[in-house]
Ligand binder design. Sequence first.
Ligand code: SF4
Length: 743
Amino acid sequence: MQYTKNPLSRGYANQILTLDLTTGKIEPQPLEEKVRDYFIGGRGLGLYLLHRRIGAQTKADDAENPLIFSPGPLGGVPQFPGTSKCMAVSLSPLTHLPGISNFGGHFGAYLKYAGFDALEITGISKTAVMVVIDDFKREIYITGAPEADEVFDLEKAVVQKFCDEGYEKKNMVFLTSGLGAANTVYGCINSHYYDAVKPVEGTKGMFRTKQAGRTGLGTVMMNKNLRAIVVLSDYPRGENPYGAADWNKVKEAGAKLHQVIKEVDPQSLKMHRKGSAGLIAFMNKDDYQSLPVKNYQYGSDPRAGQICGKNYAETLFDHRGMDGCFPGCNLRCTKGGWVTLTSGAHKGRRVWVDGPEYETAAGFGSNLGIWNPEFIMEANWYCDNYGIDTITAAVIMAFVMECYQRGYLVKEDTDGFELTWGDEQAALQFIHDLAYRRTALSSIAGLGMTELVAWVGERYMSRTGGSNPRKELGRFAMQAKGLPFSLYRTHRSLSMQASYAVASDIGAHHAAAWLIKVDLLGAFPTFEAKAKALITYPRVRLGNDNLGLCKLPWVDVFNPDSGNRKDTDIYINPASQEIYADFYNGMLGTDMTWERIYEQTDRDINLQRVMNVMTFGERTGELDWVPDRAIGPTEGRLYENEKDYNDAQVGAILNKSLEEIRNMPTFEKRRILMDHRKKELKKLISVYYAERGWNVSGIPKVETLKRIGLWEFLHEDAKSKILSLNEEKPTPGGPIRRGAYLH
Ligand code: SF4
């Protein structure tokens, strides 16, 4: 169909696009002013659109479950660094909760340039299709997809098709997924964009990818039989092309942040050389013990240098070109390199790998006991090519490896296959098996951690005749709300434990409250400071997700001016936040402080909670917990491994000298330590509920939802659910049983 587009105004196209793949109906709709001004964009708008479509009974693979892409009003503005982000939102097939994943590249920007603030796709197509939004011809259509199960074959076919039709590569952006997304519930979506300056094979220019990895949204895409979404567009031209209220203010803010990055990054983290994998060295420090090693059992290893950003920068990353995932980002952290594959159908082929980023390097590296950087790149490439989330796959593999270590799995359970620490070829085999759902083990592992734990427990029982070890397995099955952990070992950061347990409503991911680094640096010395951080940091972080912004230019580039600020949390980088406020106010024509801008995020944080309550009802609070392994040593041997630190903590708890503590039996000390930490975490979660205006069971109070204005946007089912759970009554079955998810 043909469509019309509005000129961009204050960063908005003021139109959303809905498509139904069952009926083929394509319908551009105005973006209601009231909705726009309340939910802002990105994650907030995506969640609202999701809420409008689904009820408590909706399943992720139902036709009515929408797959939504939403960039945000500050996305796609190359005059400011890091405006590359777009949000993917849908009901997650992995957690059965609203699933959200942000991704970089050019897709969100081009979607907006083409005339849409959000794209909402419902229905299920009978055949494999591709959606095309052609800004040049002002045409939207659904057409047959090229036949290709693997992402990079599909990439080639899509690019060829549109080149044949006369389009330039720089005008094509598209999303894809692959067979691994169809065969698991944690598929990722690849965001393809053209990097015109990367030198390759004697010429310049190649397609590169970023991923929306978390919560299985690639699986939703494959369930819909949707193989690719293509936007053909170009940058808007002319003076003030995004319709900013004050274009000079926007440009000045961009120039300021640009300058901060230019001066600071080369002297500090060197993201432009190491990418985010540079973080491995920090997390691995002896004092921090926060790099997960062998399924989070240990927190550091002397071999970590082999998989850290410095080594990648010196041996594998190709630094030629710009390496920004969107024009204007001078942090340029999108690193990659060439590697020769050693396994699978493409064995022997030399391929370009975008990555690894920190999470993938730690996930396939230290957490599997593997220290080979090229192996990590191969695992990264195959996961992208199959359309599988690297974090989820890696953490599930670590759990399987620990099951072999502890005898919960033996070869006989898995048809002779064995996955043990450090075994690179078995690990690669497992990824291929997962993608093709080849074995009983990989088939069940493809359904997520919860199903895998149940399966291992049953296997163990039938082999040994013993009782079901499910509870024991739950102590080291690293998930919260069904989402496997991202790659931080949280023993030394109470605030990060709470972040995974409660501040991240999609499950154990760091997007909402990545507090571990500043917590380790001493930003939150008191319990009160930790509680406050659980409110303030998610506002900024998720606020960035509402605006279409990348977090790294403020998280990873400490503005020297922030260091001079008094009576404030300097770790949140207030001097840079003020630059972001100028950008926001310049674009939207408002006059707000950065604190006020990000307070608006409370709206979508509460909306997401309401939606979690729709799924889990009175059990919602039970899920606000993390496995024992995330809290501390799960056995005496692991306590002893960090004896000095743990003894000092036990000494402080009991108010006894180190001498006395050393003479105590390990099992007793470990019990005291774990009990204490669990008590602290419970207390922190309770304070978080109170600060948020939720009741003691973690249910938002009606008065809170009315006070922030969200009540009027909720559908009737949600209102009646919240009303019924707001009634004063004792929790059925007694007090909250935290962590009941797996037990
Ligand atoms: S900092 Fe990295 S991920 Fe963020 S926009 Fe820049 S290049 Fe992309």
